[in-house]
Design a protein around this ligand. Structure first.
Ligand code: AMP
Ligand code: ZN
Ligand code: FE
Ligand code: FE
Length: 278
């Protein structure tokens, strides 16, 4: 019998990627929001899932679903893929994530070289020191580069940094370092997890979306912070047609996206259970 009080936020970021809260702070916020379940979905890392984290979750009575948000690329458009309920000890997944971090470091290096050529010098050491305030095993990417550009006075806001220099197709964008969506899905499956199409409303519609909807996903993210009701209904319909699990979460990033609160989008117990490792 489904517990109607059960709510789980399946999408949030910690200090292991580009969120401002540590995993333990996320747990406390989850408790304050009366959530029963949580999945931390950091970009390209499972660093948040330490024994201390699981022990703290148990102490607070919050169920944890292992999660990740993988960066992939189709053409030169970034596509995010959520993985849930995979085996955290999978050696194939660990080596896939290591390879992703190597490629990401190369991409960051190419990107800051382009910025330096435009009189906005940032050294690799400086970027790493700036981004790694908390965790050593951390995914460093464009959000940190944007923040550092603001701090160094090169640009007024993070948004402007993306608009002018960092977003796809802009002056310093570097493509080609990411795996394809199919490769990311296959790696999640190899680790016995469920692959979910993240925030499909961010992508262009038409043939691009159709290509993605033909991939072997297990679910699609239908509930999302501030998503208009008609779009939610559209993804729910697609989930039904494909027999996919309809997932959801806030995509909370702490102070970096202050308009989003943890738990503002969530799923119930049966969805949470359907995503667990089996
Ligand atoms: P990366 O994985 O390092 O390429 O960075 C991707 C992250 O940058 C995404 O998860 C977003 O948080 C952020 N991002 C991407 N595009 C934009 C944009 N146009 N404006 C603001 N943030 C963005
Ligand atoms: Zn993010
Ligand atoms: Fe995302
Ligand atoms: Fe996210």
């Amino acid at each position: 019998m489904e517990n109607s009080d059960f709510r789980a936020d399946l999408h949030c970021h910690s200090t292991f990627s580009d969120g401002s809260d540590t995993p333990l702070e996320l747990l406390k916020k989850a408790r304050d929001a009366s959530l029963s379940g949580l999945s931390i979905t950091d970009h390209d890392t499972i660093g948040a899932y330490t024994p201390d984290f699981f022990a703290a979750a148990e102490g607070l009575g919050i169920q944890i679903l292992p999660g990740i948000e993988l960066s992939s690329e189709l053409g030169d458009t970034t596509v995010h893929i959520l993985g849930y309920g995979f085996d955290l000890a999978s050696t194939s997944f660990a080596s896939f994530l290591r390879e992703m971090q190597v490629r990401r470091t190369d991409r960051n290096r190419a990107l800051i070289t382009k910025l330096s050529q435009r009189n906005m010098p940032i050294s690799e050491e400086e970027l790493v020191a700036f981004a790694r305030k908390h965790e050593v095993q951390k995914t460093i990417g464009r959000p940190h580069i944007a923040e550092l550009m603001v701090q160094k006075g090169y640009i007024k806001s993070r948004q402007e940094a993306f608009e002018r220099y960092l977003r796809e197709g802009s002056l310093c964008y570097v493509s080609g370092f990411k795996f394809t969506p199919l490769e990311a899905i296959e790696e999640i499956h190899k680790a016995r997890g469920k692959a979910v199409f993240a925030h499909p409303h961010f992508l262009k519609t038409g043939s691009f979306l159709r290509q993605l909807l033909a991939l072997p996903f297990d679910g699609i993210e239908c509930y999302y912070a501030n998503l208009p009701f008609d779009l939610e209904a559209r993804w729910l319909q697609i989930a039904k047609e494909h027999h996919w699990i309809a997932t959801g979460g806030s995509d909370y990033h702490g102070v970096f996206k202050p308009h989003i609160s943890l738990g503002c989008s969530w799923v119930g117990e049966s969805t949470f259970d359907a995503l667990k490792l089996c």
